[in-house]
Design a protein around this ligand. Structure first.
Ligand code: NAD
Length: 476
């Protein structure tokens, strides 16, 4: 029997775009995205310029399918009862307490989903792990689902999501691969086939990979770990470049031209952010330690250590270039999202730069084209609270923060400008105007190596870009 009714628990960066694309490609299937956060559901049901997730191309799809075969709701009970297939796309952050604190994934949201599915189901269901989960989570999910004494069958599949924020719609339309992990039993094979049929509507069959559940769960963690590892690798080399006079852009090109290595993910930067890379590697480290594979755990933990080293290293340049005294200086941070084309600022390097700069006495002004001003203030406030500062101290530091809607009023009167996100609009700014607006020493830190250094030097700016030595400026 064909699937007619799909539910997805979790209307976030994964659940929203993924279900929008399924609804678009399968107009005969009714897709309902659920969330316990009523405000978020209201935003999904609001005008498309107010959607909680910004992704190029997403608003257009929502406009086309919303209220036709795509629905956003908080009605978990009825939606689950009616669905034949239920995706779990809830957040799985790093645990902040209990066993595995600081490393293991917090599975409480997934466990809650499983309890609710078990409670509200009155017919057989295919339950799909869309969230990124530690290997063997399906075992636990099955246990919870089968706790009720109802005579219904739950088939659990793993179908991790590989979309990247900023290119989510394109990634979903043209996935490199779709992985479906399931049991090699009769009911397992039927469930896999049903899910496969959905993806086959737009993904070529040779890109749909069928694996066992454990391989599917682990492949997602490994993919993210390896992507992050490439970033940390090139970033580690950028620091060697700055000491030796080698140029990281030339190195990236030379290394990436080797077909065995390839050019992707070899761009030096202030460090990776986002909700996934760090958390997924920590999770991998935890799994390795659980199996007494401490050398393996140390190896992967090094990727995170290098990332922190890189963000701190670049962030410290602010103080270095302002001669150690930030109290009389204003620093502009351009870009708050962890990468371009998203409004997600989770684990963004900008947060670290802002906190370091504030704590060292500087005043900061911030601009991002997509992250709301409210979110920016909230991120900084939370970051300061996490440092256990008193309320009085937090208020004092917060009084030195201003977030703006426009680039030029942000930059006005700044002594130093640091580019933290690679938004395209930062490449085409009016540098004549910026030169007039900035105060001495008119210094720029290009945390993404996206600016035209030669041009800016000619204009009289001082510029630091990652992994490239500018000896005449004594910036090293
Ligand atoms: N963001 C990405 O780029 C990305 C890419 C691939 C995979 N993933 C993985 O997908 C999962 C979801 O990530 P995300 O970025 O979409 O998270 P998110 O925080 O944007 O969204 C998760 C949503 O789930 C909701 N939720 C949590 N528990 C719930 C419950 N019991 N009932 C109803 N709603 C509940 C939350 O309110 C939230 O809106 C994570 O495991 C993540 O690692 C994320």
């Amino acid at each position: 029997m064909k699937v007619k009714n799909i539910a997805c628990i979790g209307a976030g960066f994964v659940g929203g775009p993924t279900m929008a694309v399924i609804a678009l490609k399968c107009p005969e299937i009714r897709v309902t995205v659920l969330d316990s956060n009523e405000h978020k559901i209201n935003l999904w049901n609001n005008t498309v310029d107010k959607l909680p997730v910004y992704e190029p191309g997403l608003a257009e799809i929502i406009e086309e399918v919303r209220d036709k075969n795509l629905f956003f709701s908080t009605d978990i009970k009825n939606t689950i009862d009616q669905a034949e297939m239920i995706f779990m796309a809830v957040n799985t952050p790093t645990k902040i307490e209990g066993e595995g604190k600081g490393y293991a994934a917090d599975l409480s949201n997934i466990e809650k989903c499983a309890r609710e599915i078990s409670k509200y189901s009155n017919s057989d269901k295919i339950v799909i792990e869309k969230s990124t989960l530690p290997v063997r989570t399906a075992e636990k999910v099955k246990q919870i689902l089968n706790q009720s004494n109802k005579k219904i069958h739950f088939e659990v599949l793993s179908n991790p999501e590989f979309l990247a924020e900023g290119t989510a719609i394109n990634d979903l339309f043209k996935s490199d691969r779709v992985i479906i992990g399931g049991d090699n039993t009769k009911s397992g094979r039927v469930a896999i086939e049903k899910l496969k049929k959905i993806y086959q509507r737009w993904i070529p069959s040779n890109k749909i990979l069928i694996t066992n559940v454990w391989s599917s769960e682990l492949s997602k963690l490994v993919s993210n770990a390896m992507l992050a590892q490439r970033i940390s690798s090139i970033n580690s080399i950028s620091s060697i470049c700055e000491r030796t006079g080698a140029d990281i852009i030339e190195i990236s090109k030379a290394v990436g031209m080797d077909k065995r290595i390839g050019p992707e993910f070899l761009k030096p930067s202030i460090g990776f952010g986002g909700s996934c890379f760090k958390k997924d590697i920590l999770n991998l480290v935890y799994i390795a330690r659980t199996y007494d594979l401490n050398e393996v755990a140390d190896y992967w933990e090094g990727v995170i250590q290098i990332n922190k080293f890189q963000t701190d290293r670049v962030s410290d340049k602010v103080e270095e270039f302002l001669n150690g005294d930030l109290s009389k200086n204003t620093i502009s941070i351009l870009g708050w999202a962890f990468k371009k084309n998203t409004n997600d600022s989770r684990e963004s390097a900008s947060i670290q730069v802002a906190l370091n700069t504030l704590i060292k006495g500087g005043s900061i002004r911030i601009y991002d084209p997509m992250v709301s001003i409210e979110k920016i203030y909230n991120d900084i406030n939370t970051g300061l609270q996490n440092k256990n500062f008193s309320i009085a101290k937090i208020n004092k530091l917060m009084s030195k923060v201003k977030a703006y809607k426009g680039i030029y009023n942000t930059i006005k009167d700044s002594n130093l400008l640091i580019v933290c996100t690679e938004w395209d609009e930062f490449k085409t700014m009016d540098w004549d105007e910026i030169y007039q607006l900035m105060k001495d020493p008119k210094t720029i830190i290009d945390g993404r190596n996206i600016l035209n250094k030669e041009d800016l030097i000619k204009r009289g700016f001082k510029i630091y870009s990652i992994g490239q030595v500018w000896k005449k400026l004594k910036f090293q």
